[in-house]
Design a protein around this ligand. Sequence first.
Ligand SMILES: Nc1ncnc2c1ncn2[C@@H]1O[C@H](COP(=O)(O)OP(=O)(O)OP(=O)(O)O)[C@@H](O)[C@H]1O
Length: 273
Amino acid sequence: MKPLLHAVESSGAASPAIPFYAPAGNECALFELAWRRRLPLLLKGPTGCGKTRFVAHMAARLGLPLHTVACHDDLSAADLTGRYLLKGGDTVWTDGPLTRAVREGGVCYLDEIVEARKDVAVVLHPLTDDRRILPLERTGEELSAPQNFMLVVSYNPGYQSLLKALKPSTRQRFVAIEFDFLPAEQEIAVVTAESGLPADQVRPLVKLAARLRALKGQDLEEGVSTRLVVYAAGLIAAGLTPAEAVRAAMIEPLTDEPDVRAALVEVARAVVG
Ligand SMILES: Nc1ncnc2c1ncn2[C@@H]1O[C@H](COP(=O)(O)OP(=O)(O)OP(=O)(O)O)[C@@H](O)[C@H]1O
């Protein structure tokens, strides 16, 4: 096997065409191995911790087109595969995003897969085992995924209810990587790079994020995402005071409960001032 892995693993540095991604562990090497072995990949982790950025980074590093689908609770198999549409009096078959990705090759990323309707599993199963085929019932076609096709799905285990859990028969078709928020020093580096705010001003924001994440499950449904820390840092870089930026980007998006909000403001005052 060629030592391509080292090239991918060595840094999160980005060229203009490669989105910046700071790795937390060996996920870049794992992604590339999965791609080479033609294995589908499942990414688990809280909202805003870098899953989407990771996929964009890896697709660009490997020179693969990226097809992204944000799943929602109305998304059906037909939305992914395609349907006949009326065009100027004719019915014309129109590929959905999954079919397009299989025809064209590249990475197909289904974000928040557990949100999609149950019939989606029916189209994913033959595509995610060694058959690697996408049967299109409506057109009678059976597409074979090209060598460079890779399916990546993600979900946030924190939001899962029993109703929405992936079935074992679906989960067990994927190699899985668990994501979490980066350790403090790495998160400071990411937020600094993303926002342009100097590291010494980012540090208290990351400290506050850690405090707020510790409240998950008590007062908060979900801890504050790296995405929101980047927003807060960007607002400060643009001229807002830290207190205003933290309130707008790291407190208000977390809760609508006045008591909880007041408690979070107190925590923020103690950490950020
Ligand atoms: N490891 C990382 N390297 C670079 N940027 C990161 C990293 N982790 C988080 N970020 C920053 O956080 C933002 C949110 O990350 P991203 O959109 O990838 O989250 P996500 O896990 O896909 O969230 P969701 O599940 O809500 O879609 C990114 O736009 C980027 O600014």
